[in-house]
Design a protein around this ligand. Structure first.
Ligand code: PBG
Length: 339
């Protein structure tokens, strides 16, 4: 055959790496870490094999394990010792994330990012206080722990005030970056203003800018005990049907001062990752969420997939789609493979 083009020439072993377009580094990853104020021993998370909820006393040791793999950043999630309708344990000085952050930043070199949200702290599991609850209109005999009232929704602007307090309390504890995940309108502007007002203008905000109302968060909600006790999050998280809306959401966060733009989940939303890469100059992050992790583990457990290979391929694909950084429960395992 007289073929001019033979792309297979560049797929030979000795040249593949020279022409590869994408590569992964341990420093591309942020490893999520769950700190639990309700336990004094490590509790394995069943639906996320290899992950645990660790007590505050173990938080430094846990982060050291991450650092040993070459991953340099962690994202902290907290499970508080008690919950209430407004999530007040989210911003107290002796809260679980504040305490863990103080210890981790004092004792390690980890770059500490904190999740700024209320769903682990409210007793109803939503990402902010409920409008009706604030007005004293919730019938506590029947709710809010049930589905009987479809008009119950999160009060956006009251939540902003709480998010400001949370972000400042995390910065006070030494957090290096804050990551608001509640999908409230105006959350980035509110947090930027609050941080700047307290002298934290050097602390970047990574906004969960395009966060979808996804069924892939299931295992996380077990892990962090943050499932809504009634209804769902579709009145604040985005509709999986929408792509243009993501650009609009992200543009607002950019105008409000977001430093890093996140898409979440990752694999089912790579079109959004790649659209953000094209449209904006900011660093793009993608959150390879708990369900994406759990499903690969489950299939591997059955012997249907090679876990190491699919984990690596997943993260490579997220990067190829345009992500600069990846939040992933595979961080440690893949980092170890890479080095
Ligand atoms: C909310 C939050 C969630 C996740 C990260 N931050 C859960 C949710 O929105 O229900 C999910 C992460 C995952 O599934 O890995 N604070």
């Amino acid at each position: 055959m007289d073929l001019t083009h033979r792309p297979r020439r560049l797929r030979q072993d000795r040249v593949r790496d020279l022409v590869s377009e994408t590569s992964l580094e341990p420093t591309d990853f942020i490893a999520p870490v769950f700190v639990d104020a309700t336990t004094d021993e490590r509790v394995p998370i069943e639906s996320m094999p290899g992950h645990e909820r660790v007590p505050i006393d173990e938080s430094v040791a846990r982060v050291e394990e991450v650092l040993e793999t070459g991953v340099e950043a962690v994202m902290l999630f907290g499970i508080p010792e008690s919950k209430d309708p407004e999530g007040t344990r989210a911003w107290v000085d002796d809260g679980v994330v504040q305490e863990a952050t103080r210890r981790i930043t004092a004792e390690t070199d980890a770059y500490v990012v904190t999740d700024v949200c209320l769903c682990e702290y409210t007793d109803h599991g939503h990402c902010g206080p409920l409008e009706k609850e604030l007005r004293g209109e919730v019938d506590h005999e029947h709710g809010p722990g049930c589905d009987h009232d479809p008009t119950l929704t999160v009060d956006n602007d009251a939540t902003l005030e709480a998010l400001e307090r949370i972000a400042v309390s995390h910065a006070d504890a030494g957090a290096d970056m804050v990551a608001p995940s509640g999908m409230m309108d105006g959350m980035v502007a509110a947090i930027r203003g609050a941080l700047d007002g307290e002298g934290y203008d050097h602390i970047p905000i990574m906004s969960y800018a395009a966060k979808y109302e996804s069924a892939f968060y299931g295992p996380f909600r077990d892990a962090a005990d943050g499932a809504p006790s009634f209804g769902n999050r579709r009145h604040y998280q985005m509709d999986p049907a929408n792509a243009r809306e993501a650009l609009r959401e992200v543009r607002l966060d950019v105008e409000e001062g977001a430093d890093v733009l996140m898409v979440k989940p990752a694999l089912p939303y790579l079109d959004i990752v790649s659209a953000l890469r094209r449209e904006f100059d900011h660093p793009v992050a993608a959150y390879n969420v708990s369900g994406e992790y759990a499903m690969l583990h489950a299939a591997a457990e059955k012997g249907w997939l090679d876990l190491e290979a699919v984990a690596l391929e997943s993260l490579l694909s997220i990067k190829r789609a345009g992500a600069d950084l990846i939040l992933t429960y595979f961080a440690e395992d893949v980092a170890e493979e890479l080095t």
